[in-house]
Write a protein that binds this ligand. Structure first.
Ligand code: HSE
Length: 368
């Protein structure tokens, strides 16, 4: 059995990863070693009620060197400190990472095996030892549109994302909940009163939120009753980094000969853990919707076509319907009035599952 180290298993992505591994009995096939950056002396998590002893120091290079595989959900700061030093010391193990730092390195592959399994297999046989999960919006897009990418049917994509607070981190989710909580007293006791003026309440809430900086330390501005059309830092070309990731990561992970152009706005909304994406796709030929649905649904077992009607859409194509599941529903599929090669689609996916931990879990399985 391979010795597999886990760093950052306590965070959101890490704990979702551990739960999935437990459910799939993945721990039966490995010797897990749990590390900590902050709680030395603490105990490993119980896995299927089995204890794995004391936590090891995540900066103890002697122990790290003894690992066959290291899985980290700790974030970019840890990766930047430990990865290069470990490689310089001659460590030949596999590094599997959820953070973005190594994604664009030429000796790292961005992994999403239902989409680029052949490239993963090729890379392993070529001696690649570093595998990184893609950005959450990228993996959700590729899981949903995988068939169109596979048959090279796409010229370009314009996308608007609706990204949940979980993508920013646990403290942001808490902040969103605090914001929700804070506005309840403003209307809580008066809603049943027939004579209330809804516009008065709206004004009170808007005034309150515009003046309550304490509730927006992380997001910088209130998210509740609003949205934030900005995620991450600004790039030189006026994109945000979140927007930049789509085209860069997709083309690297598919190893495309002809670049597929992808751009659009990334927007934070006040959902907790499901991202949504709205696409305009320029196809390179006119294909009918029935064939498109077939191509999309044949690609993998998680993607589901949601019929383009109200009942199916509002019941199955929402963050609430998807949260906590591996489902990738895609709906609102129709040709735009702009022309026969212009396709519209809407996708929802769990940011912590297919968006982050599941590609990592599956990559580990591939290496065992
Ligand atoms: N960067 C994404 C977000 C998280 O902010 O929603 C992706 O894992």
């Amino acid at each position: 059995k391979k010795k597999v180290g886990f760093v950052g298993w306590r965070g959101m992505v890490g704990s979702v990863l551990l739960k999935r591994m437990e459910k799939e009995n993945d721990f039966n096939n490995i010797i897990p070693i749990f590390f900590t950056t902050s709680q030395l002396g603490g105990l490993s998590p119980l896995i299927n009620n089995i204890s794995f002893g004391k936590l090891k120091n995540a900066y103890d290079f002697a122990i790290l060197m003894s690992l066959d595989i290291l899985v980290t959900c700790q974030g970019g700061d840890y990766t930047n400190v430990v990865y290069y030093k470990l490689r310089t010391m001659g460590w030949k193990g596999y590094w599997i990472d959820a953070a973005s730092s190594l994604r664009m390195n030429k000796d790292a592959l961005i992994v999403l095996d239902p989409v680029n399994r052949l490239l993963i297999d090729d890379s392993i046989s070529c001696g690649i030892k570093t595998f990184v999960g893609s950005n959450c919006t990228v993996s959700l897009m590729l899981m949903a549109l995988g068939g169109l990418f596979k048959y090279k049917l796409i010229d370009w994509i314009s996308v608007t994302t609706y990204q949940a607070a979980s993508g920013a981190g646990a403290s942001y989710m808490k902040e969103l909940l605090m914001q929700m909580n804070s506005i309840v007293p403003i209307f809580g006791n008066i809603l049943h009163n027939q004579n209330i003026s809804i516009l008065d309440i709206e004004k009170k809430i808007t005034n309150f939120l515009n003046n309550s900086e304490m509730l927006s330390k992380n997001f910088k501005v209130p998210l509740i009753n609003s949205l934030i059309p900005w995620i991450d830092i600004k790039m030189k070309n006026e994109q945000t980094r979140e927007e930049w990731k789509a085209e860069s990561e997709v083309n690297k992970m598919l190893s495309t000969n002809k670049k597929i152009l992808i751009d659009g706005n990334c927007v934070r909304i006040s959902t907790l853990r499901c991202h949504s994406l709205s696409f305009t796709i320029k196809l390179n030929k006119d294909i009918n919707i029935r064939e498109i649905n077939q191509i999309l649904s044949d690609h993998n077992k998680w993607v589901t076509i949601i019929p383009n009607n109200e009942i199916s859409t509002i019941n199955h194509l929402t963050p609430l319907a998807v949260s906590g599941t591996l489902k990738i529903p895609i709906g609102r599929i129709r040709k735009l009035s702009i022309g026969k090669k212009y396709l519209s689609a809407f996708v929802v996916g769990d940011q912590l599952l297919w968006g982050a931990s599941e590609p990592i879990r599956r990559m580990l399985q591939i290496l065992l």
